[in-house]
Design a protein around this ligand. Structure first.
Ligand SMILES: *Cc1c(COP(=O)(O)O)cnc(C)c1O
Length: 410
């Protein structure tokens, strides 16, 4: 078949995988237990000889499996595992694929939860070096003989920094290192981590893929780009069968079965419906975000705007080369810090709220909220000024958003 667009793929995916009773949408399978006529089949599920079967909802259900298939198609990968949240997926990758004594090189500009998780990993004996990955030289300089993994986000929240993606991909390939990319802000609608040789792509489904702020979820997709037989941390139990599946096998068992951050069928259903309009929504939210970024950049009350599609953005060229649009994430600072909170309070359309990747435009002052616990030192390292406002741009009509900021900044 011709390679299809992601909307064509996803709206027909359930039907193509085959749904009970000729339904064209996968139903919500809420059963936690799975029963069998013959005990041999029950045994076979545990031993992996009975395929496409389930034994307990903690390790998957038909509904989560249907979502996994769709996400694998969107990422053009070879398989996916869904988790209860994006952090569940990220923790699963680090805690099932790294061991004490291993070293991880990460971009310094990462999601606050990920940043905090690195502290937990250090306590467990996994060393993390955080570098400015906007230059590949910084990543290369941090590599050690014990380095097992390189971790990047495509567009950093809240500063919108973009790492030197293709160059870091080439470096990892040359050194045989596993590159893991958190694709949440771009999503497969704007970027495929596979295209730079990343072995794993992670998405928080709570953001733009689910898209409606109505369900939590996360996913890890194996792109098929990494050779697991060269990876020392795959246990003997999972060095079985197709070598391409070794990473997923180990993650599904160690993370879902043993750690249990499992997605519910209800969440999978909700996220699957949201994902059908992913490309349409990202097109509209990126277009709104660019219009707002240009408007704010020209406004006398605004000191600076961070948005990769602005020519003034330090990684504008890298972003243009890798992504098909600038995404729905931007941040800005007012010239006068004391007017920031009153201006945000005057907004009538944009909502003062946590979270991102919703249908609605959401704003939050970053330093006193999500980065308050991190403290001034971490904030300085991450270029988070006291007046930085993050905006997750929604689907509202562009003019309504601009009018809202016009009245709030006046
Ligand atoms: C939100 C987010 C996460 C965490 O996802 P949750 O679903 O909220 O756990 C991870 N990475 C990035 C880039 C995010 O924006």
């Amino acid at each position: 078949m011709e390679k299809q667009g992601i909307t064509t793929l996803i709206v027909h995916a359930d039907r193509h995988f085959g749904v009970e009773h000729n339904a064209i949408r996968k139903p919500i399978h809420s059963s936690v237990q799975y029963g069998f006529d013959k005990v041999e089949d029950l045994i076979g599920v545990f031993q992996g000889t009975v395929k496409n079967a389930f034994n307990y909802a903690r390790t998957g259900t038909p509904t989560t499996a249907a979502l996994e298939s769709k996400l694998t198609q969107l990422e053009q990968g070879i398989g996916s595992i869904c988790f209860a949240s994006g952090m569940g997926a990220i923790a699963a990758v680090f805690l099932t694929l790294l061991r004490a004594g291993d070293h991880l090189v990460s971009s310094r500009y990462v999601f606050a939860g990920t940043n905090s998780l690195f502290g937990t990993m250090s306590d467990l004996g996994i060393d993390v070096s955080m570098v400015d990955a906007c230059s590949v030289a910084n990543v290369e300089a941090a590599l050690r003989p014990s380095t097992r993994m390189v971790f990047l986000e495509t567009i950093a929240n809240p500063g919108t920094e973009v790492p030197d993606l293709a160059a870091i991909g080439a470096l990892c390939r040359q050194r045989g290192l596993l590159l893991v990319v958190d694709n949440t802000i771009t999503s497969p609608a704007l970027f495929l981590p596979r295209s730079i040789g990343a072995g794993l792509s992670i998405n928080s489904l709570s953001k733009t893929i689910g898209g409606h702020g109505a369900a939590l979820g996360g996913v890890v997709t194996d792109t098929g780009e990494f050779s697991w037989e060269t990876y020392p941390n795959i246990s003997a139990d999972y060095r079985r069968g197709d070598t391409k599946q070794w990473g997923l096998q180990q993650m599904r068992k160690k993370a879902l079965r043993d750690m249990g951050a499992s997605m519910s069928s209800e969440a999978a259903h909700q996220i699957g419906i949201g994902a059908e309009t992913l490309a349409l929504r990202v097109h509209q939210t990126s277009s709104n975000a660019l219009a707002l970024a240009r408007y704010l950049q020209a406004h006398p009350a605004i000191k600076s705007v961070n948005y990769p599609w602005l020519e003034s953005h330090p990684q504008h060229e890298v972003a243009k080369r890798h992504f098909s649009a600038g995404s729905w994430l931007l941040s800005f600072e007012l010239r006068d810090l004391s007017s920031m909170l009153p201006a945000l309070n005057r907004l009538r359309v944009a909502t003062r709220a946590t979270g991102m990747g919703d249908t609605r435009t959401l704003v939050i002052p970053v330093a006193p909220s999500i980065y308050w616990e991190a403290g001034p030192e971490v904030r300085a390292k991450m270029n988070i000024g006291d007046g930085l406002v993050r905006m997750s741009v929604g689907l509202e009509e562009e003019q309504d958003l601009i009018d809202d900021f016009e009245q709030a900044l006046r």
